[in-house]
Design a binder for this molecule. Structure first.
Ligand SMILES: [Zn+2]
Length: 472
């Protein structure tokens, strides 16, 4: 038998985006080396991992997180260590975080800072989107090098005017440029002018409570910006990816692009937009601040539309937009002014059980579709496939053993994230990861985080090669 650490995952129900069968997986060192029925003969000397009665999924990929992010005068409360431990416990073995360029500085500077935040701390693999906030002749020249370095997706903000926002011309030119070089532009789509008009009007009228955040960040504004983003993408003749899409107003334009214009657009949504609604902002006192995020929670009607779109292929990925701030300290910065409440909420460890419980078990999405939107599609769209996002010989041994019978109630008391509340407090879940491997190493086992510190590695991603086949 060749040398190397082996694990024999035996008799589990193996589920990928396209397959579903009972069998074994053999892992050697960091890779899957074989998959099939009864691999006993090959497994001599391997650590045996009994998986009968368990579902076996590829490790989840969360393509939207903000760990250790300086924002609105504070920093998100999870760093790359605490945040990725929580991710692993929830069945996520890779994240794509955002390296955010500071205005007046280079993109390279931002990347150096984010590499430093993650290296030696992250316990799961990580990649970065390059968030571009200052696009000019000089910074444009950096882009070929950024893509060469394995950062093949870019993010722009159509909101946060004067802080992070880029204008339509900059956005269009960036799309044209990355099209040539093999990248993709992802977008936070909200109409900045509407927000910047409504916020001061509310404040002037003494309307300072959390609910006014939602009233300033309208679904109409999100729809308008989504349409504009897609129009620029069509003009550039290159696909785009809409991050955290929340509502029918925005989804409408994605559907229109895919069906009427046959122009590929990818859309991502998050568990909070599927399961929580705007009534959370009307909770007594200041509690609504816990769910202040942009875009905000929408209506129950929007939730149903998003679920249908996940099923029908108009939305391709689920991410968390994990961006936690402590309620008792950080969120209080906006006690007298909703516009000063740091935007974001925790969610990195709840993606898989929530989507299994409320998606698969409620027959809103199939088990294969569940794997596709949590694992495979993010890997394909963002250049990590087939190294990640599926179970196959040659792929990284990122594997989730999922017990479909475990029942839990989500609570901050049992959460591994570093934040003083859970956005999903009290939610009942059925099914949970009981063992998680990242590149063949145990990250989470029997309820305990056991990942070696700093086990996570930077993932250099391939160039964007998305086709419309991938869209649906
Ligand atoms: Zn975000």
């Amino acid at each position: 038998m060749p040398n190397g650490k082996m694990k024999w995952i035996r008799g589990g129900r193996i589920v990928t985006a396209t397959e579903d069968f009972t069998g074994d997986i053999l892992v050697r060192d960091e890779k899957i080396v074989a998959m099939g029925q009864d691999l006993k003969a090959m497994a001599l000397g391997a650590e045996e991992v009994p998986a009968a009665g368990l579902l076996v999924f590829p490790g989840g990929i969360d393509a939207h997180t903000h760990l250790d992010l300086p924002f609105m005068g504070t920093s998100s409360s999870d760093d790359f260590q605490t945040g990725t431990i929580a991710a692993a416990a929830g069945g996520t073995t890779s994240i794509i975080d955002f390296a955010i360029q500071s205005q007046g500085k280079s993109m390279k500077d931002a990347l150096n800072v984010w590499h430093e935040k993650a290296a030696g701390k992250a316990v799961i693999d990580y990649a970065f989107h390059m968030a571009v906030t200052d696009l000019n002749e000089r910074t444009m020249t950096e882009i070929p090098g950024i893509i060469e370095g394995g950062i093949t997706s870019f993010k722009c903000f159509m909101a946060y005017k004067g802080a992070l926002m880029v204008d339509d011309g900059q956005l269009f030119r960036l799309m044209q440029m990355v099209k040539k070089l093999g990248g993709i532009v992802t977008l936070h789509a909200e109409n900045a002018e509407l927000i910047e008009s409504l916020v001061p009007q509310f404040l002037k009228e003494g309307k300072t409570a959390p609910v006014y955040h939602e009233l300033a960040h309208t679904a109409i504004g999100e729809g308008e910006a989504t349409n504009r983003a897609i129009s620029l993408s069509r003009a550039a003749g290159h696909p785009t990816y809409i991050v955290h899409l929340t509502c029918d107003e925005a989804l409408h334009h994605v559907k229109d692009s895919l069906t009427r214009h046959r122009h590929p657009v990818f859309a991502e949504t998050c568990p909070q937009y599927l399961l929580l609604d705007r009534e959370y902002y009307e909770r007594p006192g200041f509690e609504g601040a816990k769910w202040i995020m942009s875009p905000p929670l929408r209506t129950k009607g929007d939730q149903e539309v998003l679920w249908a779109a996940l099923r029908d292929g108009f939305i391709q990925t689920i991410a968390t937009d994990h961006c936690p701030f402590d309620f008792h300290t950080q969120k209080q910065m906006g006690k007298d002014n909703f516009a000063k409440i740091p935007n974001g909420a925790p969610g990195i460890e709840n993606r898989m059980n929530l989507m299994y419980t409320y998606g698969v078990l409620q027959n809103r999405i199939s088990l294969n579709r569940f794997v596709q939107i949590l694992c495979t599609n993010p890997a394909k769209i963002f250049g990590m496939y087939p190294q990640k996002g599926t179970l196959a010989p040659g792929a990284d041994a990122d594997i989730v053993l999922f017990d479909p019978n475990v029942e839990n109630t989500i609570s901050v008391k049992t959460s591994k994230h570093r934040c003083d509340y859970s956005a999903f407090e009290g939610f009942k879940t059925k099914g949970a990861p009981v063992g998680v491997l990242g590149r063949g190493e145990w990250l989470f086992k029997d309820g305990k985080a056991v990942a070696p510190k700093g086990w996570g590695k930077f993932v250099k991603r391939a160039r964007f090669s998305g086709t419309s086949e991938m869209v649906r």
